[in-house]
Design a protein around this ligand. Sequence first.
Ligand SMILES: Cc1cc2nc3c(=O)[nH]c(=O)nc-3n(C[C@H](O)[C@H](O)[C@H](O)COP(=O)(O)OP(=O)(O)OC[C@H]3O[C@@H](n4cnc5c(N)ncnc54)[C@H](O)[C@@H]3O)c2cc1C
Length: 555
Amino acid sequence: MTANELDADVLIAGGGPCGLVLAIELGRRGIRTALFNDKAGTTPHPAAGASQARTMEHYRRLGFVKRVRAAGLPPDYPTDVAYFTRFLGRELSRFRLPGSAEAQKQARSLSGSWSVAELPHRCAQMYIERILRDEAEQLRSVVLHFSSRVHSFIEHADHVEVDVVTPSGSVEKRRAKYLVGAEGARSVIRKQLDISYVGERNTDRPFLAGQMYSTYFRSAEVYDMIPHPRAWQYWAINMERRGMMLAVDGKGGFVYMTQLRPGEDPATLSDEVIKRLLYSAVGKPFALEILARSPWTAGLMLVAERFQQGRVFLGGDSVHLFTPTGGLGYNTAVEDAVNLGWKLAGTVNGWGGPALLDSYEQERKPVALRNTNYARGFAESIGRFTVPPAIEEDSEAGEEARRFAGEYLLNHARAEFNIPGVTLGARYDGSPLIVPDGTQPPPDSANVYEPSACPGGRAPHAWLADGRSLYDALNFEFTLLQLGPSAHPDPILEAARKAGVPLTLLSLETENLRGLYQADLVLVRPDQIVCWRGDTAPADSDALIAAVTGNTRSN
Ligand SMILES: Cc1cc2nc3c(=O)[nH]c(=O)nc-3n(C[C@H](O)[C@H](O)[C@H](O)COP(=O)(O)OP(=O)(O)OC[C@H]3O[C@@H](n4cnc5c(N)ncnc54)[C@H](O)[C@@H]3O)c2cc1C
């Protein structure tokens, strides 16, 4: 089928974070992209509350990080995680985290584990999706179709044909070279491919397992009532019921989430019952307006058996489901899109070889398994915490219970909310696109990230002498970093030119960068992953370029 007979190069089902970021990655590269989302708009529910540092670095690479940083809580609003008996009761402990303005400043001076261009940003997914939709809409090669549901598909030798239910209810056929299912947990594409989730779903844990319920509400009274400094997450820890309230906009918008008990049916919960749950967490009745509510399941640690089949790919929640501890579901979905975007574009543009698209699953499935496992560990830590019965008593036993709980919860918060290793340390070792150099990658650890240019990991970040982030200086596609005066980059540049691979040389000869990267030449992929390094061009630069673009297997 010729390009003119196709509706698009890539068709995306689902306009959540995964689908929208993928549309932006493709649109930035001029790839004809059609996205279909069943609902009329982006999520009305705040949903995920945090963009991790790596996600923010990708938003910076894509050019709209300032819009994201400005969204959500006011710039000086602290993003503390605070634990209380009830919100009007006693404070047990508090893990302090900076507001967005302070985070921007801190990123410039931090080193070691937090050597970043961007620190995490605590902002509701609801706001971020609006920005993503707007950014995608501005790209000329991208067309977004909301109120349009993907029903099913047929794969042909050279294209995929998709049945779409249009806003009028009619079914239309759309054709594209590739189809990506980013339609979340109920993915019809994953089901049609007969791909199952594998992992844990029936966790037996006292808290953060089973039927959870989230309520998005607005109340002008909450901040005036609570006698404690403001926080981003307010946890109520008592014997009656545990819950967490998340500040959404710093102006009275909150999400409250708690676990339902056996017999509490999410389908029949009245507003009055939900209000009573909230009054219990706060410690007294107050005026509020419920804006949205949604049941969800905690305790899941599920990863799909496969992420791709033929011309069809799956990303985001359609291939992995998390318990939201660590805030990894949305962030892992974004990184799937980042990984797949340049590979689809390289294939459509003709320079990507057969191993390029195959590497998507090879690279992303291990990360999904790793991240769901980290999230499970955090959920175990908070979910198995036993609340001491005396926690609300005015007695010595009560004091002791609160001291014990406060200490435990602070240690837990340090582990769950300070995770540079999880967000920056994911690696693609063993991928056919990564050319190993015989060095060992740093150990994988949730709370420690060791910057390393060992091929397979994130290119270590540095601030340049002119104040720019190194990432701002990198090419949008491949970059060859020249960090030493005697390095000889020409054979690699020539090999890329012959193969039609977009590669730019960036010469930055500083002791600092040479020390950080431990090589004179470093090849960085479009997703800012180091795929090769050496002190001079390899004997066969054509083979190097072939390997990193999936035209041969390097190991
Ligand atoms: C209450 C709640 C709290 C959460 N908290 C966190 C958190 O703190 N941290 C975190 O990281 N994650 C959290 N998550 C999870 C996070 O929201 C998801 O991991 C994330 O949205 C996944 O993005 P996605 O693009 O893969 O899928 P989705 O966001 O599910 O997007 C899929 C889109 O596809 C659309 N769609 C579905 N079927 C079709 C179809 N057939 N055709 C076309 N479109 C279709 C859907 O309407 C939706 O817009 C939370 C989720 C919920 C519900």
